[in-house]
Write a protein that binds this ligand. Structure first.
Ligand code: 5GW
Ligand code: MN
Length: 319
C-alpha cells in the first residue's frame, strides 16, 4: 500500500529519472565557464557591446565557440522547451511556417519540446518533425480584446511551467509566433535568464527607450534609469527562472488591471521592469530577433530569427 502511495505521488517521469541520475553524477559534471566558449574581446563593430556592466555576456554571431558548446552538451544533454501562442488568425497565418523553421534551425541535435497554445485544435497545421522533437498542444480560451492576448500569455505560461513544463525541460524559451528562423539558433543562447535586445532600440541610451513612464503602473521605470530595452518577442532561461519571470509579470499586470492602468507596451513594459530589477544573465544580440525592413548595419552578421510580415487589416479585424 505504501509502495502504491509512493508510486502515485511520484508518477513516472523521464525528466525526474534524469534529475536523479544527474544528482548521482553531479560531482562529475564540470560547469561550463564563460571563458571556455565566449569571446569577450571587443572589436570595432560591436562598440563595447559584448559584456554588460553586471558581467552578463551579450551573444553576437562571432562571440561563441560552437564546437566547445556542442561537446559539452553531448556529454551533459539538456531538453529545451519552446512555448508559443497562436490564437485567432495568428494560428492560421503564422504557426505552420514558424514551426517548420523552428524544426529546422532551433537547437539542432538537441531534444526539443514545442508547446503550442492555441484556441482551435482543428486549425493545427501538420508538421513533419525531425527526431528529438516533440509537440504538445494545449487549448486556451479566446480573449475578448486584442490587448488581452499578450497580457494573459504571462499567466498561462507560468501556470503551465508550474504544472508540468518544469519537470519536462531544463531550459525554456517563450516566443512570438509571427517570426521565422533563418539560421541556426543554438546552445549559445541557453542561460539562467535570457533577454533579447530590441532591434529598434539597442543603440539608444536608456533615457530614449519606451519604458513605461506612467508612475501608477507597476512597470514604471524612472527617467534615466534602466540598462537596455528588451523585446518581449523572445525571452527564456531555466524553467525555474522563466517561471519566476512570468509569475512576477503576471502579478504586475493583474495589479495594474485592478488599478485600471495599462502599460503602453503591455507585457513588454512589464518584462522590461522585471529585467531592470532582476538583470538577465545572458543577452542576445538583435541578430536573434531582427526586423528585415531595417537596414542592416555591419554589426548584424548572421540573422537567426526575423519578424514575419504583418497585415494589420487581416490580423486585427477579428478582435
Ligand atoms: C492580435 C492582435 C493584436 C495583438 C495581438 C494579437 C494576437 C497575438 C493574436 O490575435 N493571436 C496571437 O496568437 N497573438 C500572440 O501574441 C502571438 O504569439 C503573437 O506573436 C504574440 C504577440 O502579439 P503580436 O505579435 O501581434 O505583437 P507585436 O509586438 O509583434 O506587434
Ligand atoms: Mn510579434
Amino acid at each position: 500500500m505504501s509502495l502504491y502511495a509512493q508510486y502515485s505521488e511520484y508518477p513516472f517521469s523521464i525528466k525526474k529519472l534524469q534529475m536523479t541520475y544527474q544528482c548521482w553524477s553531479l560531482k562529475d559534471q564540470p560547469e561550463l565557464r564563460l571563458s571556455d566558449w565566449f569571446n569577450a574581446t571587443t572589436d570595432s563593430t560591436h562598440m563595447d557591446m559584448r559584456v554588460t556592466n553586471w558581467s552578463a555576456p551579450i551573444v553576437w554571431t562571432d562571440t561563441y565557440n560552437e564546437s566547445v558548446l556542442a561537446d559539452y552538451y553531448t556529454k551533459y544533454p539538456v531538453t529545451v522547451g519552446l512555448i508559443v501562442f497562436a490564437v485567432g488568425r495568428y494560428l492560421l497565418y503564422y504557426l505552420g511556417r514558424f514551426l517548420e523553421s523552428a524544426n529546422r534551425f532551433f537547437m539542432v541535435n538537441q531534444k526539443v519540446i514545442f508547446y503550442i497554445m492555441l484556441d482551435d485544435f482543428s486549425h493545427m497545421p501538420w508538421i513533419d518533425l525531425d527526431r528529438h522533437r516533440t509537440l504538445k498542444i494545449f487549448k486556451i480560451k479566446q480573449a475578448r480584446r486584442w490587448q488581452d492576448v499578450s497580457m494573459i500569455r504571462m499567466k498561462v505560461i507560468s501556470e503551465h511551467i508550474e504544472e508540468h513544463i518544469r519537470r519536462e525541460v531544463d531550459y525554456v524559451f517563450c516566443m512570438d509566433v509571427d517570426q521565422l528562423f533563418k539560421a541556426e539558433y543554438g546552445l549559445e543562447t541557453l542561460g539562467d535568464s535570457v533577454a533579447q535586445l530590441h532591434t529598434y532600440w539597442y543603440k539608444e541610451s536608456p533615457g530614449k527607450v519606451p519604458y513605461e513612464r506612467n508612475e501608477s503602473s507597476e512597470a514604471y521605470i524612472a527617467a534615466g534609469e534602466g540598462d537596455f530595452y528588451y523585446h518581449a518577442a523572445v525571452f527564456g532561461g531555466t524553467a525555474t527562472q522563466v517561471l519566476r519571470i512570468t509569475k512576477e509579470c503576471a502579478k504586475a499586470i493583474m495589479k495594474d488591471k485592478k488599478n485600471n492602468v495599462e502599460a503602453v507596451w503591455h507585457d513588454e513594459s512589464h518584462l522590461n521592469k522585471y529585467f531592470f530589477l532582476h538583470r538577465p544573465s545572458k543577452i542576445l544580440s538583435p541578430e536573434y530577433c531582427w526586423d528585415l525592413s531595417q537596414n542592416k548595419t555591419p554589426d548584424i552578421k548572421t540573422v537567426k530569427l526575423v519578424w514575419n510580415f504583418k497585415n494589420y487589416e487581416l490580423l486585427r479585424n477579428h478582435l
